[in-house]
Design a protein around this ligand. Structure first.
Ligand SMILES: [Zn+2]
Length: 117
């Protein structure tokens, strides 16, 4: 995955994250009317500091997604993004575009769902 692609998926993940923060009520509409609508306090300081101050209930569905997004962002930084956690094969780009925080390829995901994980 090249730099441009990484930036692309990073952007998708950050947008998804932003959406969740909004859903969780941490961000109010109207904040970050600047560039691309990304709240400036997130865009400027990255997300670590911001999240540490939040008490997110991870049992919440959105919180779970947020964890996946964070894991995916870490994988991008570690050059491991887009690889299935289970079988180690590349996750198809079409899947990543639809679900940028996907941890598994479609096959492994189905297996997991079957076994109820
Ligand atoms: Zn797999």
């Amino acid at each position: 995955m090249n730099k441009k692609e990484k930036a692309y998926y990073m952007d998708l993940l950050n947008r998804e994250k932003e959406r969740i923060f909004k859903n969780l009520g941490y961000l109010r509409e109207g904040i970050g009317s600047g560039e691309k609508g990304i709240p400036t306090h997130i865009a400027d300081h990255g997300t670590d500091e911001f999240e540490k101050g939040l008490d997110i209930d991870v049992s919440d569905a959105e919180g779970k997604i947020l964890n996946k997004i964070n894991a995916a962002i870490e994988k991008i930084s570690g050059n491991k993004y887009g690889v299935c956690d289970e079988c180690g094969k590349d996750i198809p780009k079409s899947r990543l575009k639809a679900l940028p925080y996907a941890k598994y390829c479609i096959r492994c995901q189905r297996e997991k769902e079957k076994s109820g994980v």
